[in-house]
Design a protein around this ligand. Structure first.
Ligand code: SF4
Length: 384
């Protein structure tokens, strides 16, 4: 890192914000503001912003907080996650759900069970339900569509899917059922590292799925892991550049936490400071994206959620999976989700947010980009 690069990268963001950057503006107003602060950041700028010591990183955090406030406001969106199956056909080296982990007891929830849990979550106040599973083809696209339709029939919530790689045709069925968003992390933008960590899979294949999701009119989420073995600051800069190229509506960026029953058991976890910097720099590069303070960050450090919310995050994703299943959805061990009550700990989260002066959003929290201001016409979706 040179001082010049760091200073010029910070200046680019400050210049785009303007000298009299007002406090929070309505997102729909800021959405048409141009240029956005991160638009002119180059890959070298992003490396310089990530490659900072303790003093400069405070500048990055403060700037990210300002950009978050300006473009996304103070409200924090709560997305309730239902992990409905821990079966997975993939074998990602870092994940406790990988198919070769024979020690893990596997479960699948029925469609009815999912609908009951979703109804409870909506009654508890969640305005987005996230349906998440391993890559489990036991559930056909029609099954997932029935979950989405059932949830939408009974509650005024947005539905996000996080069910892995499927064909365009299957994604189209899910979208037609009314799913609003789809989360498919790219995990790492380095194609070789991707291949090594995901046997039988390629970054290219991942990006193809993301292109289908974009085409089909989903609000698209992606994201990456911080601290994977073999990753460098340059790789992380490429991750953020890729998220910007994909123009994602949301990005989950959280630390690697090793699982004892995986090939990466002995690798060190992701670094807290780098995880926060990556989140903050992502906020600078993606002012209009929803960025969660991830559960992995909160698992890495007891104050991780609060720290993330002060570095650009505006979303929390509490886990509302029934406790009997939650402990089995073990991508990494010791998740803080295991200590939360059945409703994901919404009361504690409200208390924590209120201590930060951050209200809980009362809306579904769609993307503030102008194209999402109007409901998309799902009838127009084509599978081809
Ligand atoms: S990261 Fe996802 S796709 Fe990979 S093994 Fe885990 S659940 Fe399966």
């Amino acid at each position: 890192m040179t001082e010049h690069n760091f200073a010029s990268a910070v200046k680019k963001v400050r210049d785009a914000l303007g000298p009299d950057c007002p406090e929070a503006r309505a997102p729909e107003v800021s959405a048409v503001t141009s240029p956005l602060p991160g638009e002119e950041l180059t890959e070298d700028d992003i490396v310089a912003l990530l490659d900072t010591g303790p003093q400069e990183q405070q500048t990055v955090f403060a700037l990210a907080d300002k950009v978050r406030k300006h473009f996304m406001g103070d409200a924090v969106h709560l997305r309730g996650i239902i992990e409905f199956s821990n079966y997975c056909v993939r074998n990602c080296l870092y994940c406790g759900l990988r198919r070769d982990n024979r020690r893990l007891l596997r479960y699948r929830m029925s469609i009815d069970e999912v609908l009951k849990v979703a109804a409870k979550a909506a009654a508890a106040g969640y305005r987005t339900i996230v349906l998440q599973s391993g890559d489990d083809f036991h559930y056909r696209a029609d099954d997932i569509a029935r979950m989405v339709e059932g949830i939408k029939r009974t509650a005024a919530v947005a539905v996000t899917l996080s069910v892995g790689e499927r064909s365009r045709k299957e994604y189209a069925v899910m979208r037609q059922a009314g799913a609003d968003r789809f989360l498919l992390k790219h995990e790492t933008a380095d194609p070789d590292l991707y291949r090594r960590l995901h046997p039988g899979m390629t970054l290219e294949g991942r990006l193809e799925c993301l292109a289908h999701l974009r085409d089909l009119g989903f609000q698209v989420g992606s994201g990456n892991i911080i601290g994977l073995p073999g990753q460098t600051v340059q790789t992380l800069a490429k991750d953020i550049m890729l998220l910007r190229t994909l123009d994602v509506e949301m990005a989950g960026i959280g630390p690697f936490i090793p699982h004892p029953d995986t090939p990466l058991a002995s690798c060190p976890p992701g670094d807290l400071a780098m995880s926060l910097k990556a989140l903050a720099v992502a906020r600078l590069a993606l002012p209009l994206a929803h960025l969660p303070a991830t559960t992995a960050l909160a698992t890495l450090h007891p104050d991780g959620r609060r720290m993330g919310l002060s570095c650009g995050a505006n979303v929390i994703m509490p886990n509302v999976t029934p406790l009997e299943f939650r402990r089995l959805y073990e991508i990494y061990p010791g998740s803080i989700a295991l200590r939360a009550p059945e409703d994901g700990g919404i009361a504690e989260i409200r208390t924590m947010l209120s201590s930060l002066g951050r209200p809980v959003s009362e809306t579904c929290g769609h993307s503030p980009k102008p194209e999402w201001a109007l409901p998309t016409r799902v009838a127009d979706i084509s599978a081809h």
